[in-house]
Structure formats: structure tokens, C-alpha cells
Design a protein. Structure first.
Ligand SMILES: [Zn+2]
Length: 206
């Protein structure tokens, strides 16, 4: 649901634990600010998991301002449904993956300018943009027994954190790792294929 605020009256109004109205205001200082409550909720959940302040570079944009900066025509920013964000100490890949795990539908990782755009659109659209957008199905790598040691370590670490793996974080895909992953998949009602793909990562990552 999109709410309308006045920057003059509500600049410091708290929308959630860590976000205020002024952070979502248009950079042209327009008084009216539109903010989707679902976007605030998404950013607050992201904040809680990353445990670091999130800086909003741009959220609501008036049509005039959006045109001025060359934004997309039917930009979600103009509806108060989008935010361009960074988080100190976290890479844009970590931000994108956390958003994916949280179930965000719109995620664009701007690899050149180093920020993440997220929005509350209803149909999934994930992309990497390095000048022009390239659609992707997930921000996670599929990890199998044939993956690199570091990738396998990443899976072992998360399985351990979730209490499914008791062995060493050695990057070796043994019977213990496979069993732990399959148990985790079963518990989460995923197909127990022993392959760590986007769905398993989504549950493992946060
Ligand atoms: Zn954006």
C-alpha cells in the first residue's frame, strides 16, 4: 500500500525501526513523498539481517526529476515502490542475495555504479546491469559436489549455522555434507537432490 507524506510535516517520522520519511524523499526536495509500506518492510527485514545501516541513494522520484536524471519511463521509483541502496561493509552481491532470500521480486544489481535497486513489483525480475540490463534467474551459484572448495565451504558454513552439519568446514563434499544438505532440503520441503541451487540457498542464506 502506498502512503503519501509531507516532507515538511513528517521528515523525521519513523516508518519502521530504522527508516524515516526523509530517507525516501525525492532528491529535488519536493514536499510530497510517496512510500510503499511493503518497500519499508522489505528494507527493514534486510537491515535486520545485514546488521548494518542501509543508505538509500534514491527512493521516491517525481516524474520531472525521474525524467531529468534519465530514469526508466514507468519507473517504480515514481510510484514510491523502489529504492537504490548500498550498505557499508556489504558487497552488492551480498545485498542482492539477501533480498532474493527475503523474497524480493524486483532486484537489479548495478555492477558499474555499485548499488542495488530493489522494488515491490509483483512479477519477478532479476538483472545485473553493467550499462545495460542482463536478466538473471538467481543471484546464487548452484553448488554441487563438483564445485570449487570455496563454494562448498560456503554451503558447509550455512548448513552448520542452521544446525544440519557437524563436520569440518573443509570444502570437501563428503557423505556428511551431502547428508546434511539433503536433510536440510527435506526439512524445508524442497526436492532432496543434494544440489544447492537457488531454492536451497534461499532458505540457507538468511
Ligand atoms: Zn532504481
Amino acid at each position: 500500500m502506498t502512503e503519501k507524506y509531507s516532507l515538511k510535516q513528517s521528515a523525521d517520522k519513523k516508518l519502521s525501526k530504522n527508516f524515516t520519511v526523509k530517507e525516501f524523499a525525492c532528491k529535488d526536495k519536493s514536499d510530497t513523498v510517496y512510500i510503499d509500506t511493503a518497500l519499508v518492510s522489505l528494507l527493514q527485514r534486510l537491515r535486520r539481517i545485514l546488521k548494518k545501516p542501509i543508505t538509500i541513494n534514491s527512493a521516491y522520484r517525481t516524474k520531472a526529476y525521474n525524467e531529468k536524471i534519465g530514469g526508466a519511463k514507468s519507473s517504480y521509483h515514481c510510484k514510491g515502490q523502489a529504492a537504490d541502496i548500498v550498505c557499508s561493509g556489504k558487497t552488492i552481491l551480498q545485498i542482492a542475495r539477501t533480498l532474493e532470500a527475503l523474497g524480493a521480486k524486483g532486484i537489479i544489481m548495478y555492477t558499474k555504479s555499485n548499488f542495488v535497486h530493489t522494488d515491490t513489483r509483483s512479477r519477478k525480475y532479476f538483472a545485473k546491469n553493467n550499462g545495460k540490463p542482463e536478466e538473471v534467474s538467481t543471484f546464487f551459484n548452484t553448488v554441487t559436489k563438483n564445485s570449487t572448495q570455496n563454494q562448498i565451504k560456503g554451503v558447509q558454513e550455512r548448513l552448520k549455522a542452521k544446525g544440519f552439519y557437524k563436520g569440518k568446514i573443509d570444502g570437501i563434499w563428503g557423505a556428511q555434507t551431502e547428508y546434511a544438505l539433503k536433510s536440510f532440503q527435506k526439512k524445508n520441503k524442497l526436492s532432496t537432490d543434494g544440489i544447492c541451487g537457488a531454492e536451497s540457498w534461499g532458505k540457507l542464506y538468511i
